[in-house]
Design a binder for this molecule. Structure first.
Ligand code: GLU
Length: 305
């Protein structure tokens, strides 16, 4: 298995030249464009990895799964989805356009920036410190890594350059979607995006989502099976942004990408798979990561969609 994974990684690695590392958050520009790693953890707790599987990267939008799972657990589906939709959008991840168009007030889904920022504002914590520590605590349980932490340099870099997310958030407050203090809500968003992890950590998170909420390594029940089902469904339909349909055809597994180059894929009742390759395509998805997942899905017959 490890040999097959190593071959798939080395086959995909040269493709990094077709993509580019994200630089709109300046600190992300320091990532190694040719890094590529994969880790798999099964629902039985067996693990495999290859390539740069110890390479640390910020999980970026993969963190949206964690804050969404927290909101669903603490508030329930009714409260969350009455204010944020559950449908895919053809627009880029940070688009502002539709907030004022056909679906007045409601961001399309919780996995685009607007939806994720809104969901964070619903969390029942008074300020960012408490909110962030609740998100981090859940991320630690999902990965089983108690040392998981925010990369301060990436957090500061995003906080000082994120006019786009500020625009989204202030707009949503003007239409009463977002609750509370905009800068405080954004602080949690920037911090959770800057959580640093390896593919080995994220594969355990994926295995926990695949197993219906029980972390197969620690044995702890972290989420309800219903919350996992909702999160997996949104990954399948919205997790790869406006590339979600193409990814469903090519790979056929629920997945969520981040602009740090990570992709977390979940094969229900079988395994979690995490890949990281910081060179991105035009939609913000890891070029090599998608290639690795496509080959692996074909080799191991993982397709569920
Ligand atoms: N922190 C990033 C942003 O808001 C997350 C985007 C992503 O990973 O797709 O721009």
């Amino acid at each position: 298995m490890d040999e097959m994974l190593a071959a798939i990684v080395e086959n995909a690695r040269p493709r990094h030249g077709n993509g580019a590392v994200a630089t709109y958050i300046p600190e992300l520009g320091k990532a190694r464009a040719d890094a590529l790693g994969i880790a798999i953890v099964t629902v039985e707790g067996d693990s495999y990895d290859a390539g740069d599987s110890d390479y640390p990267f910020s999980i970026q939008s993969i963190s949206k799964l964690v804050s969404l799972a927290l909101a669903l657990t603490e508030l329930g589906e009714e409260q969350v989805f009455s204010r944020v939709g559950v449908d895919p959008t053809p627009d880029p991840f940070n688009s502002i356009m539709r907030l004022e168009m056909d679906r007045i007030n409601r961001p399309y889904n919780p996995l685009v920036n607007a939806g994720a920022i809104a969901v964070i504002s619903f969390l029942p914590y008074r300020e960012s410190a408490a909110r962030t520590s609740a998100v981090l605590d859940l991320a630690r349980k999902l990965t089983g890594n108690n040392a998981l932490a925010v990369n301060e340099a990436i957090y500061l870099s995003e906080r000082t350059t994120s006019d786009r997310n500020r625009a989204l958030a202030y707009f949503m407050r003007s239409t009463s979607i977002l609750d509370g203090d905009v800068e405080d809500v954004l602080d949690t968003y920037f911090r959770q995006c800057s959580i640093e992890a390896t593919v080995k950590d994220l594969a355990i998170m994926g295995a926990t989502l695949a197993a219906g909420g029980i972390n197969p390594v620690s044995g702890e029940r972290v989420l309800s099976s219903r919350v996992c089902r909702v999160v997996r469904a949104l990954m399948a339909t919205c997790g790869m942004y406006d590339g979600s349909g193409e990814f469903a055809i090519r790979v056929g597994i629920p997945a969520k990408s981040g602009v740090g180059g990570g992709i977390l894929a979940v094969v229900p009742r079988r395994m979690g798979i995490a890949v990281c390759g910081p060179a991105l395509d035009a939609k913000g998805n890891s070029i090599c990561g998608m290639q690795v997942l496509e080959e692996l899905s074909r080799e191991m017959r993982l397709r569920v969609l």
